[in-house]
Design a binder for this molecule. Structure first.
Ligand code: PMP
Length: 288
């Protein structure tokens, strides 16, 4: 496997990062997960724009333009001879002194991995996921900006551990006020009385690229869309529920905390969104 690392495509065995890199020491960095289908990268420009926004928000200046990073990403995928797969693009603060001061890290590092990913077994796309609410809360937006896709995933990992210990594959994370924010690696949507509803980003959700695609699809299909605060009550009493993410795509949810949602099967609108999403990812994107 060829990895793009700081300007060069190198062998996997040579792709190494310093133990003094603040990405490793403090989770000081940002990343993107991007998917490609049929030789085309889906929503590449949107992902790179979010990467640059995340970097800017943490005062990490990238020495490349967005166009250059798009080009490096395409080159990495092409170098690995893949047609379908998953890209992990990581920017770290770079190597520096011990101590938090990011100004003592002279040069950020970037690496790009083109590989594959499978989050959930196929049967769950057919039959839906059973998820739980976890006790681990999302950090307040004033503590950690939810739009920044940072390398600090310990909060999500602790929530994921709760899910695994309850035999669930995902967990709903609430914010400090008790409103639904998102899941550990996916955004959450419900359908109620024919409308598509998702929590506001300000409740502590990542501004997901797939989330934005679903909002577009709702307009295209003619499903009214609402962004508002949700509590667990809204999920328990929803007609349908699903999660979205680059890796997960669109996956139905059929129960929360062992309470059946709707009739306990992936609903008709969820199926329509799932189909429309697959159609879109297979017919659009940046060729590499
Ligand atoms: N929320 C979190 C916490 C995530 O890590 C992700 C990405 N895996 C998402 C939501 C979904 O975002 P996107 O659609 O941009 O992949």
């Amino acid at each position: 496997m060829k990895i793009w690392l700081d300007g060069n495509l190198v062998d996997e065995s040579e792709a190494k990062i310093s133990v003094f890199d603040h990405g490793l020491l403090y989770g000081d960095g940002v990343f993107e997960g991007i998917r490609f289908y049929n030789g085309r990268i889906f929503r590449l420009e949107e992902h790179i724009r979010r990467l640059f926004d995340s970097s800017r928000a943490i005062l990490l200046n990238l020495p490349w333009t967005q166009e250059e990073v798009c080009k490096f990403t395409c080159e990495t995928v092409a170098a690995n001879g893949l047609r379908d797969g998953y890209i992990r693009l990581v920017v770290t603060r770079g190597a520096g002194e011990l101590g938090l001061n990011p100004h003592l890290c002279p040069k950020p590092s970037m690496f790009i991995i083109a590989s594959t990913i499978k989050l959930y077994p196929d049967e769950h796309y057919q039959n839906g996921l059973a998820i739980i609410t976890c006790a681990t809360r999302r950090p307040a937006p004033a503590a950690l900006m939810p739009q920044v896709k940072s390398l600090n995933y310990l909060n999500n990992i602790m929530a994921k551990v709760e899910a695994i210990q309850s035999n669930a594959l995902e967990a709903v994370m609430l914010n400090e006020q008790g409103y639904v924010a998102e899941c550990t690696g996916d955004n959450l949507f419900i359908l109620k009385n024919g409308a598509l509803i998702t929590p506001l980003i300000s409740e502590g959700a990542l501004d997901g690229i797939t989330r934005a695609v679903l909002i577009e699809l709702a307009a295209k299909i003619g499903v009214p869309f609402v962004e508002r605060s949700l509590t667990r009550y809204d999920i328990y009493t929803a007609d349908e529920c699903f999660l979205t993410g680059t890796a997960a795509e669109v996956i139905p949810v059929v129960s929360l905390d062992r309470r059946i949602i709707g009739d306990g099967k992936p609903g008709p609108l969820t199926r329509r969104f799932l189909e429309a999403y697959h159609e879109l990812v297979n017919s659009t994107g940046t060729p590499f």
